[in-house]
Design a protein around this ligand. Structure first.
Ligand code: HAS
Ligand code: HEM
Ligand code: CU
Length: 566
């Protein structure tokens, strides 16, 4: 009120019970929509792993999936964009609101949801009518329909909006707590969303200036190299937009769930800050084999990409130590006793720890990809999808499955349907993806291409081409089935909980962790605090790398007509 002096902390209105209930409904809407998309995506995933094992299920799916590529487009878009964007957008608005005890701008939150839903439905229409089997990377000159591109454009625009919800809450909180550091979860959410704002500029530009007008017939040709480069401006950092929200749970909640504390709050901030700065300028590591980008740039990008692994290495050690601390508090003795003493019976903990285990392999594969010379061996082979099923398939999907086991009861006041089934679903998902991941890396090293409808070949031709790695390809198929079984159990638990018994004790609290080293008095945390400055720094570094990439493209434009190959 006006009577308060400027530097006295103003009392902030904490949300009422009714307002909190409204926020919970909002998050539930985001999560249910996201997980529904994932269910469709996963069902198609099994068709794809079977394809590599030599089993062609597509003739039985007429007229729903006209081709492998129609299915693959849906799998990529529904899993990697729709599932992730919905769950992440809700998650990153809701958690800071609870941490700061502030009411988010609910109008904007629901507007985000509505816009994302409209975009999704438009893109889904473009995929279901088989007009847009251009895969989730949308590589021109493959040409999809305007429904598809405009839909994706709306989804991307919607995914930017949660940033403003979070920044507004952070500003309100900072006004009431002058000179204080942003609380950790809010810090993490804000850096993730700021990173994504800069990231989205690439695909946003591609969509608005190249793909949308082209698909609407306003332009006749397209520049494939420029389009790809703009896509990967976004397409690399997007993987950290999938990873960092998982890290929010791993850093800020899991240590508590595992019976311990987070070792260091400032180190967590450092990890997020480094992820922010280094995610942006490295997109062209997806284009090591593309012409038209100078080898000097490719060398610089190799070094920068290896740098973006550093925050994940920091995470590995910080979290391993935090888990060890939890395990020892639970009575674990000796070298590895803490590991077995972790609460493995808690499906939420098991999911997240298993996701971390698989991410060791996903991350190691990423470092191989990052190394320019080595990438030539694995690029465009099955190695690459194997790599990202051990990253986005676990550190995002498995972590969010784990989160949902406490979050759904928290949101609905209903009991988790079955802890035992949940635990089985987690292990099967982990084992299935590890199996397919392992075998996919193997097959890829032996040259099996990704994005190939190999099962449509006559059997003897398939064996002639891929017989030498047939065991690996069979294992890919088996892994897919195991993971899908995990998914079936998961959805039984998911819907069983949503439609299950109300239980007053089910309304669990959010397990915000405590820290051993807090950020009080930490120079590191102070340096990391001015997010506006860090956004500017990141933008400048990104431009420094990308201006020399774009310059030759803009001065030597390519005019390619569109193709529809399906
Ligand atoms: Fe990647 C391609 C490089 C991470 C996703 N990546 C992809 C594609 C996707 C993807 C989707 O440089 C394919 C796109 C397409 O369709 O073409 N990636 C990296 C590097 C990292 C990396 C260097 N990727 C990710 C993450 C993803 C993801 C995360 C999704 C969420 N990736 C590449 C490159 C390509 C690529 C090239 C292009 C390749 C090509 O040829 O096309 C790094 O960020 C990885 C760092 C991670 C680590 C692991 C740390 C380990 C942790 C777990 C610790 C365990 C604990 C448990 C605590 C260094 C944090 C305790 C356990 C005990 C036993 C004690
Ligand atoms: C591609 C299987 C879950 C995202 C693939 C491929 C296979 C596969 C075999 C390679 C297809 C090819 O290169 O021709 C599965 C199975 C799953 C599963 C069996 C679980 C049962 C997921 C999840 C995500 C995901 C949870 C992300 C959240 C992707 C993406 C692609 C892909 C982005 C690349 C599509 C492309 O190349 O255009 N999947 N997947 N998948 N998957 Fe999955
Ligand atoms: Cu990348």
């Amino acid at each position: 009120s006006a009577t308060l002096s400027n530097n006295a902390p103003r009392i902030l209105a904490t949300p009422t019970a009714g307002e909190i209930a409204g926020e919970k409904t909002m998050l539930l809407a985001f999560w249910v929509t996201g997980f529904l998309a994932l269910a469709v995506g996963i069902a198609i995933g099994v068709l794809q792993s079977s394809n590599y094992a030599g089993i062609n299920l597509y003739p039985y799916l007429q007229p729903f999936l006209k081709s492998y590529y129609q299915g693959l487009t849906m799998h990529g878009v529904l899993n990697a964009y729709v599932f992730t964007f919905f769950t992440i957008s809700g998650w990153l608005m809701y958690l800071p609101a609870r941490e700061l005890k502030l009411k988010p701008n609910m109008g904007l939150a629901w507007f985000t949801y509505a816009l994302m839903l409209i975009g999704t439905l438009m893109a889904a229409y473009g995929m279901f009518d088989n007009s847009s089997s251009v895969l989730y990377t949308m590589y021109a000159p493959l040409k999809g329909s305007a429904w598809f591109y405009l839909g994706i454009t709306l989804v991307v625009v919607a995914s930017i909006l949660p940033l403003f919800v979070v920044l507004e809450m952070r500003a309100r909180w900072k006004r009431a707590n002058p000179g204080q550091l942003t609380p950790l979860v809010t810090y993490m959410s804000a850096t993730t969303l700021l990173m994504w704002l800069l990231a989205a500029l690439g695909a946003g530009t591609e969509a608005v200036f190249l793909l949308d007008p082209w698909s609407l017939g306003m332009t006749q040709t397209i520049d494939p190299l420029l389009a790809r480069t703009l896509f990967w401006w976004t397409g690399h950092p997007i993987v950290y937009f999938w990873l960092m929200p998982g890290y929010v749970s791993i850093y800020a909640l899991l240590p508590r769930q595992a019976g311990g504390k987070l070792i260091s709050d400032p180190l967590a901030r450092l990890a997020f800050l480094l992820l922010f700065v280094f995610s942006l300028p490295v997109g062209t590591h997806h284009q090591y084999t593309d012409p038209g980008i100078s080898p000097v740039i490719k060398g610089i990008v190799t070094a920068l990409t290896l740098s973006v692994a550093i925050p994940s290495l920091i995470t590995a050690f910080t979290i391993a130590l935090s888990l060890e601390y939890g395990g020892r508090r639970r009575g674990g003795k000796g070298l590895m006793g803490w590991w077995t003493a972790l609460p493995w019976k808690d499906p939420s903990v098991a999911a997240q720890v298993l996701a971390l285990v698989s991410f060791i392999f996903g991350g190691a594969g990423g470092i191989v990809n990052a190394s320019w010379q080595l990438d030539n061996v694995v690029h465009n082979t099955l190695w690459i999808p194997a790599h990202f099923h051990l990253t986005v398939g676990t550190m995002t999907t498995l972590v969010f499955m784990g989160v949902s086991f406490w979050l759904l009861p928290h949101l609905t006041g209903r009991k988790l349907y079955s802890s035992k089934l949940a635990l089985w679903s987690v292990w099967l998902w982990f084992l299935g993806l590890m199996t397919w991941g392992f075998a996919g890396h193997w097959a890829g090293m032996d040259g099996v291409p990704r994005r190939a409808w190999v099962s449509s070949l006559p059997h003897d031709q398939y064996m002639q081409l891929y017989g030498a790695v047939h065991p690996a390809l069979i294992i890919v198929g088996i892994g897919g089935v195991i993971a899908a079984l995990g998914a079936v159990l998961y959805y039984i638990v998911f819907f069983g909980t949503l439609f299950g018994q109300k239980d007053s004790k089910a309304m669990v609290e959010i397990p915000f962790t405590e820290y051993i080293t807090s950020s009080e008095g930490s120079l590191l945390a102070r340096v990391a605090e001015p997010l506006g400055l860090w956004t500017l720094i990141t933008f400048v570094i990104t431009l420094a790398v990308y201006i020399p990439v774009f310059w030759p493209m803009l001065t030597h434009p390519i005019h390619a007509p569109g193709f529809v190959l399906w």
